[in-house]
Design a protein around this ligand. Structure first.
Ligand SMILES: Cc1cc2nc3c(=O)[nH]c(=O)nc-3n(C[C@H](O)[C@H](O)[C@H](O)COP(=O)(O)O)c2cc1C
Length: 367
């Protein structure tokens, strides 16, 4: 089992290494009749592309996507959609010194322990480049969601100690700053903080927040495929993610039931709503119709340029000075990855929910 397949009804299978010929994805389970072209995918890939600012790795990749199958005359055909991106700017010799030693905080040691063989060039399969495949699949999932009026959006909530309060969000400026933060002043403050880390050959982490608006009630399959459980798995599977919160998350542990419970009310048209959303749109593992809110905690990039202690493959203690090109902060490039994994999970659970009730099945099949 290689663990490279995710989803049940909308199933993705990702493949490829950082310095191999290409990385890609096969999607099985996309309905026929969705308008889809390479630009739809490219737009999303361009949001995670390297080399776009001084806060991202300088690896110069265009990351141009090719769709190999599953589309005819601009529409999906219901057959597997296969997409790939060729790797072009590999500098494998930069990784020579990690062939025989392990980067602290990276996956080198555990891959060697598990498999006894490791593609050390650029981190192989444990590289951030693997997320290209997720973003390509996420672009398809987001298109399906948009057709259903569901809008998924992610952004940087915090970089290191610089965090934006909810009431200070200005979503109009997310794309104007390289850190993808919804507040110009905080983006500037965060940029200064990252620059300071870089000057000390160090890195930093932060928090990505993601919301999904206009979700219907009913998504999530108790008990093991609850909406929050599936999201936690999807987001935790992204390299460098160390924590996932839904709604108030860890803050809820400090609250009281009287504050944390979201009261139910009825609109004049008879529809149900909650007057608060501490639960982040999920009750009992099932979407409750309010906005889904999740946050991912992203650790500081492990590949830093200051000298660190480590061991060789032969278990000899050494000092290592890492070369290669690395993101000083992963957070801004992970924004679209978190958004993509959320979209893929929601589509999978939307499909699963279609046969939760006999009346839904009858609507589909009754003659
Ligand atoms: C978009 C993205 C870019 C990344 N870029 C780097 C990088 O330049 N250097 C690095 O050491 N790790 C990078 N990572 C993180 C590693 O992939 C990750 O730390 C590694 O696989 C070990 O997994 P773990 O941190 O989950 O334990 C990146 C991750 C993502 C999602």
């Amino acid at each position: 089992m290689s663990g490279s397949i995710y989803g049940t009804h909308f199933k993705i299978s990702t493949w490829g290494e950082s310095h191999g010929k290409a990385v890609g994805v096969v999607i099985d389970g996309c309905p026929a009749g969705l308008s889809l072209c390479e630009e739809d995918i490219q737009k999303q890939l361009d949001r995670r592309k390297p080399g776009q600012s001084k806060f991202a790795t300088h690896r110069a990749e265009e990351d141009t996507v090719e769709i190999l199958s599953g589309i005819f005359e601009g529409k999906t055909t219901g057959t597997p959609i296969s997409m790939l991106v060729h790797n072009k700017d590999q500098r494998s010799k930069d990784y020579g010194n990690i062939a025989y030693s392990y980067r602290p905080g990276h996956a080198d040691y555990t891959f060697d322990e598990k498999y006894g063989i490791r593609d050390y060039r650029g981190g192989g399969r444990s590289s951030g480049r693997e997320t290209i495949a997720r973003v390509a699949a996420g672009a398809v999932a987001s298109k399906i969601l948009l057709e259903l009026g569901i809008h998924v959006r992610a952004y940087t909530k915090a970089i290191g100690p610089v965090s934006i309060d909810n009431e200070d969000y200005d979503f109009s400026c997310i794309q104007d700053n390289p850190l993808n933060m919804p507040n110009r002043g905080k983006a500037q403050e965060a940029a200064e903080y990252v620059s300071e880390c870089m000057a000390h050959y160090d890195s930093c982490g932060g928090i990505v927040e993601c919301t999904a608006e206009h979700l219907p009630t009913g998504l999530g399959e108790p008990v093991f495929d609850k909406l929050d459980a599936c999201l936690a798995k999807a987001i935790m599977s992204i390299g460098a993610v160390k924590g996932v919160e839904i709604g108030d998350g860890f803050e809820a542990a400090k609250s009281n039931g009287s504050k944390n419970n979201d009261p139910f009310r009825i609109h004049s048209d008879g529809s149900v709503f909650k007057t608060s959303n501490h639960a982040g749109g999920v009750l009992g593992g099932i979407s409750d119709g309010s906005t889904l809110i999740l946050r991912a905690a992203i650790k500081p990039t492990s590949s830093i340029f200051s000298t660190q202690q480590t061991i060789t493959k032969d278990h000899e203690e050494i000092d290592i000075a890492i070369k290669g090109r690395h993101d000083p902060v992963i957070v801004p490039r992970a924004v679209v990855v978190v958004e993509s994994m959320t979209a893929i999970t929601l589509v999978d659970l939307l499909f699963a929910n279609m046969y939760a009730k006999m009346e839904s099945l009858k609507k589909l099949y009754e003659r």
